[in-house]
Design a protein around this ligand. Structure first.
Ligand SMILES: Cc1ncc(COP(=O)(O)O)c(C=O)c1O
Length: 407
């Protein structure tokens, strides 16, 4: 079995760096979130330097103020916010940031507060009613950037965002025309679904954008290709992000838009998946089922409800010669739904008292925690080792096949 020691550092530790294994040695009773600011910084620099336009961070993926500051310092200055609470949080954390309210269905009061109190000027919409709402709430403002969200296919994505939002092709012409009258800058946006596994998702969506522009014959100032950029998980290894950027760049260059039109994207997952992982303790074993101290109501919502597979590593004092074996997890609440099917591959001798690190939980995992049944914890420790996988080229790779970390 692969031995791998990690150089983990406790951000506030007065005695210098401690390893993740050292953290496990302290036998934390509560799950511990391991935070990797350097991984988020690297992802942000990648987008800032290589995406052929502007990269907005989709705050919903992980609204941690610490993370927002890391992204800001790495050069991300625009933020996609989708609720008034996200507007307030982002405005308070990053007062200089440009906030874009990209939820197509907003409360009128939220639009009003965002515009008048927090300086938000960019809004998305997918109906005439929402357009009228924005005009009313901003009292006929003349400095708005309005992005019309169009419906595109989610067929290349692991998580569909195709049914809820987006104007249909037969609605787009009138909507673009009406939005053009109310907007200082007019944009078109879409979302191809989360974890899009091929760049073709974007080229196909851009064809929809082209058709909409041609049909409506309006001047478009912004094309926003949304989120959907993938991260890497077991069984989900996407092509390099540069391939996505090339496809988007080529499609954008060939659109019938003015020379000064801007290209935007709104990644959530891709910017923060590598930012956090979770150290959990096994409380009980029943055959191939491990009862751990976090679950569906904690950071493992996606693992439970949509069968998302996350990478795992056993962290224990002794090395293990046991063969790898597939496990499923039960979370700590009393609910049968608190079950993560996996499979999670760990040494066959894993048992109660062992610690397991569950990787790549920075996007959506940490953001969706609840305190249901009194379980879960806010304990976070900053570490310096590499995430279990990266799309951004680490200095020191973690061994791909490793699933044991010894103390
Ligand atoms: C409007 C919008 N933009 C961006 C995102 C971020 O998507 P992802 O995390 O797939 O990049 C989402 C996710 O739901 C979204 O709804």
């Amino acid at each position: 079995m692969h031995k791998h020691h990690r150089a983990l550092g406790l951000a506030t530790a007065p005695t210098g760096p401690v390893s993740g294994a050292e953290i496990a040695k302290r036998r934390p009773v509560q799950p511990v979130t391991l935070i990797r600011p350097h991984a988020a910084r690297r992802a942000a620099r990648f987008f800032v330097e290589k995406f052929p336009g502007r990269s907005l961070y989709a705050v919903k993926a992980n609204p941690s103020p610490d993370l927002l500051r890391v992204l800001w310092e790495a050069g991300v200055t625009y933020y996609d916010v989708a609720s008034i609470a996200e507007v307030r949080l982002a405005a308070e954390t990053l007062p200089e940031a440009t906030l874009c309210f990209m939820h197509p269905v907003k409360a009128e009061e939220a639009i009003e507060e965002a515009y008048f109190r927090h300086g938000v000027r960019t809004f998305s919409l997918d109906t005439i009613e929402e357009l009228e709402k924005i005009v009313r709430a901003t009292r006929g403002a003349t400095d708005l950037s309005l992005l019309v969200r169009i419906r595109v296919s989610s067929e290349h994505a692991k998580l569909s965002l195709a049914s809820k939002f987006g104007a249909e092709p037969h609605e787009v012409k009138d909507l673009l025309f009406a939005a053009r009258q109310a907007a200082d800058a007019l944009g078109i946006c879409f979302h191809v679904g989360s974890q899009a596994m091929t760049p073709a998702a974007y080229s196909e969506a851009m064809e929809r954008v082209r058709a909409a522009i041609v049909e409506a014959a309006v001047t478009v100032d912004i094309v926003d290709v949304g989120g959907g950029f993938p991260s890497v998980y077991p069984g989900m290894e996407p092509p390099p992000l540069e391939a996505y950027f090339d496809v988007i760049h080529n499609a954008f260059e060939s659109l019938p838009i003015s020379y000064s039109a801007e290209l935007w994207c709104e990644p959530g997952r891709a910017l923060c998946a590598e930012y956090a992982s979770l150290l959990v303790r096994v409380e009980k074993r029943r055959g191939d089922q491990l009862y751990i101290n976090d679950g569906a109501y904690g950071a493992l919502f996606d693992a439970a409800h949509i069968g998302w597979r996350f990478p795992v590593e056993l962290v224990r004092a002794d090395d293990s010669d046991a063969r790898p074996m597939a496990f499923s997890f039960y979370g700590p609440t009393c609910d049968d739904l608190d079950h993560m099917a996996g499979p999670f591959i760990l040494p066959a001798d894993v048992g109660p008292g062992d610690y397991v690190e569950i990787g790549m939980l920075g996007a959506y995992g940490c953001a969706m925690r609840t305190g249901f049944n009194g379980f879960g914890s806010d304990l976070k420790i900053e570490v310096e080792d590499e995430p279990m996988a990266t799309l951004y080229g680490a200095d020191e790779e973690r061994p791909a096949a490793s699933n044991v970390v010894t103390l």
